[in-house]
Design a protein around this ligand. Structure first.
Ligand code: HEM
Length: 507
C-alpha cells in the first residue's frame, strides 16, 4: 500500500515538474519561429537572471547582450515573456520617430489603483491620456521659461559653493554625489515650486530626505523599480507602489499647501505651480479629468524625474574632470573667459561655453543616467525591410549603454574625450547612436532644464574649486545593480581644492 503511495507521489511530482517546465518555457521558441536571432534563455528567468538577482545593472546587462549579436535586432526573454531589442540606429529612428504611432507607450507598469501619483506622471502614463497631458506640459519647459529660472539656479549654486568651501576646509574627501543631490533638490524646489529646500542647511532637510527615500539602494526600492520595469503584471496583481507611501504623502501635503497658499495670496511666480493652477481650472483635457492627485503628479514628476538625473550628471562630470586634468583646465579657462565677457552666469554666458557643452555631452555618453529606453508596440508592426511582424503588445528595448560604448560609433569608448562632439564628428555618426535623452515625441521633456541646471552647477563649482582624486575616489566605478539608474555603489568621493584659499596662501 505504502509502495503505491510513494509511486503515486513520485509520478505526480514528475508531472508537476514537467508541467511547470512546459509553462516556463512555453514561449522559448518564439524568436526562432519568427526568424529573429536571440540570446538563449535560462529556465524561469529568461535572460534576466543577473538583473533580477541584482548582480548586474540593467544598462550593463543589455549592453553585454548588444555585443553578443551582430545584426540590427534580436530577441530576449524576461521570465518567459519575449522582448524585442533594437540595435541599429536606423531601426531605432523608426521606433522612436518615424513609426511612433505604433510605439506610443512604454512597457513600464501603470496602474492608478496601485499608485495614483505614479500612474499620472508622463514617464509612466499610457495613451490617450499621455498625449493630452504632454502637450499641456510642454510649454513649461520652453527656453524662455528656463531662462527665467537661471537666477534661482544661481542662488542655489551660491549656497552650494559656500557649503563646499566650508566642508573643503574641514575634510580631504567630499562625496560629490550627495552634494550634487542637495543642489538638484533645492534647484527643483525653488525653480518649480517656489519653495526653499534648505538642503545645505540641514542634513535631514525634508526634501532631501524624501529624495533619499525614493532613490536609496534598498531591496524594497530595487524590488519596486524591477517590478514596474520588468514585471508589470505583478504590479497589477499586488497593487505595488512605485513611489514609497511616505514620499507620496509628503508631496501631496507640500503641493496642496503651496497651491492653496498661492491661491489665497493671489501671488504669481510664473512657475510650474502657477501653470498647474491654471490648467486645473481648465479641468478636462479630451476626457482626461485634471484634478486631485493627477495635478499633484505633475509637480511630483519634476522632482522624481529631474533630481536623480541632474545630480548624477553633475557628479559624473566632476569625477571625469578629476581623472582628466588637462580637460578640467580647458573648461576652467573657457568658463573664466565667458564670465569675464558676460559679467555673470547668465543664459547667454552658458550658451557661449561650447567646450563645457561638449564635456557634458561626453558625460552623458559615458554615464547615461537612464541607460536604456523602453517602448511597447500598440499595434502590429512590420520590421522595416523585412516580412517579420511584431504583434501588438510586444515590449521593445533600446540598449542605450550598448550604443554609447560601441567602438563603431565611439572609438576607444572607455576614453573620456569631449572632442567626439565637434560638429564634424557628430555629423559623421548615425543620428540615433547617441540618445541620452531618448528621442521622438516621447523624449525627455526636461532636457533643457537638466542641461542648464547641470551647467550652472559646474560653472559655479569650477570657478572656485579644482577637483582632484582623493584616496576614496573609486577607480573604476562599481555600479549599483539595485537601481534602474546608473549609480556608483559608494557615491563619488573626491577632493575639492579651494583655489581662492590657495591663492591667498601663495600671496
Ligand atoms: C541630465 C538630465 C536628464 C537626463 C539624462 C534625462 C533622461 C531621460 C530619458 C532617457 C528619458 C526617456 C526618453 C525616451 O524614452 O525617449 C526621459 C524622460 C523623461 N524625463 Fe528626463 N532626463 C533628465 C532630466 C530631466 C528633468 C530635469 C526633468 C523634469 C524636470 C525630466 C523629466 C522627464 C519626463 C517627464 C520624462 C518622460 C517624458 C514622456 O514620457 O513624455 N528629465 N528623461
Amino acid at each position: 500500500m505504502l509502495e503505491f503511495y510513494f509511486i503515486d507521489t513520485a509520478i505526480l511530482s514528475l508531472i508537476t515538474v514537467y508541467l511547470l517546465y512546459k509553462l516556463f518555457t512555453r514561449n522559448f521558441d518564439y524568436w526562432k519561429r519568427k526568424g529573429i536571432p536571440y540570446i538563449t534563455p535560462q529556465l524561469f528567468f529568461g535572460n534576466y537572471y543577473d538583473i533580477l538577482m541584482f548582480k548586474k545593472t540593467i544598462g550593463h546587462t543589455l549592453a553585454d547582450m548588444y555585443n553578443k549579436i551582430s545584426g540590427p535586432y534580436f530577441g530576449i526573454w524576461v521570465f518567459n515573456s519575449p522582448h524585442f531589442v533594437a540595435k541599429d540606429p536606423e531601426l531605432i529612428k523608426h521606433i522612436l520617430v518615424k513609426d511612433f504611432k505604433y510605439f506610443q507607450d512604454r512597457t513600464i507598469a501603470s496602474n492608478e489603483e496601485a499608485d495614483e501619483i505614479a500612474a499620472n506622471i508622463l514617464f509612466i502614463m499610457k495613451n490617450p491620456n499621455w498625449r493630452s497631458l504632454r502637450s499641456k506640459m510642454t510649454p513649461i519647459f520652453s527656453s524662455g521659461r528656463i531662462k527665467c529660472m537661471i537666477p534661482f539656479m544661481n542662488k542655489v549654486a551660491e549656497d552650494l559653493v559656500s557649503y563646499l568651501t566650508k566642508l573643503s576646509h574641514q575634510t580631504d574627501s567630499i562625496e560629490a554625489k550627495e552634494v550634487c543631490a542637495k543642489y538638484a533638490t533645492d534647484v527643483i524646489t525653488s525653480c518649480a515650486f517656489g519653495i526653499e529646500g534648505h538642503s545645505f542647511e540641514k542634513e535631514d532637510a525634508a526634501w532631501r530626505s524624501v529624495g533619499r527615500d525614493m532613490f536609496e539602494f534598498t531591496l524594497s526600492n530595487g524590488f519596486r523599480g524591477t517590478s514596474y520595469f520588468f514585471m508589470p503584471k505583478l504590479v497589477d496583481l499586488f497593487k505595488i507602489r512605485f513611489i514609497p507611501y511616505n514620499v507620496s504623502q509628503f508631496m501631496i501635503d507640500a503641493f496642496l499647501k503651496t497651491m492653496s497658499h498661492r491661491k489665497i495670496e493671489n501671488s504669481s511666480r510664473n512657475d510650474l505651480i502657477d501653470i498647474l493652477i491654471k490648467l486645473q481650472t481648465e479641468g478636462d483635457f479630451d476626457g482626461y479629468k485634471f484634478e486631485g492627485n493627477r495635478v499633484i503628479a505633475q509637480a511630483a514628476q519634476f522632482f522624481l524625474a529631474g533630481f536623480e538625473t541632474t545630480s548624477s550628471t553633475i557628479s559624473y562630470a566632476l569625477y571625469e574632470l578629476c581623472l582628466n586634468k588637462p580637460i578640467q583646465e580647458k573648461v576652467v579657462t573657457e568658463i573664466k573667459s565667458a564670465l569675464q565677457q558676460h559679467g555673470s552666469v547668465s543664459y547667454e554666458a552658458i550658451q557661449d561655453m561650447k567646450y563645457l557643452h561638449k564635456v557634458v555631452q561626453e558625460i552623458l555618453r559615458k554615464y547615461p543616467v537612464l541607460p536604456f529606453l523602453d517602448r511597447k508596440t500598440t499595434m502590429d508592426w512590420k520590421i522595416p525591410g523585412t516580412n517579420i511582424t511584431l504583434e501588438a503588445g510586444t515590449p521593445v528595448y533600446i540598449p542605450m549603454f550598448g550604443l554609447h560604448y560601441d567602438p563603431k560609433y565611439f572609438p576607444n569608448p572607455d576614453v573620456f574625450d569631449p572632442e567626439r562632439f565637434t560638429e564634424e564628428t557628430t555629423n559623421s555618426r548615425p543620428c540615433f547612436s547617441y540618445i541620452p535623452f531618448g528621442g521622438g515625441p516621447r523624449n525627455c521633456i526636461g532636457e533643457r532644464f537638466g542641461l542648464i541646471g547641470t551647467k550652472v552647477a559646474l560653472v559655479h563649482i569650477l570657478s572656485r574649486f579644482e577637483v582632484e582624486c582623493s584616496n576614496e575616489t573609486p577607480i573604476p566605478i562599481e555600479f549599483e545593480p539595485k537601481t534602474f539608474t546608473l549609480a556608483s555603489k559608494v557615491g563619488l568621493p573626491m577632493r575639492f581644492v579651494d583655489v581662492k584659499r590657495r591663492a591667498s596662501y601663495a600671496a
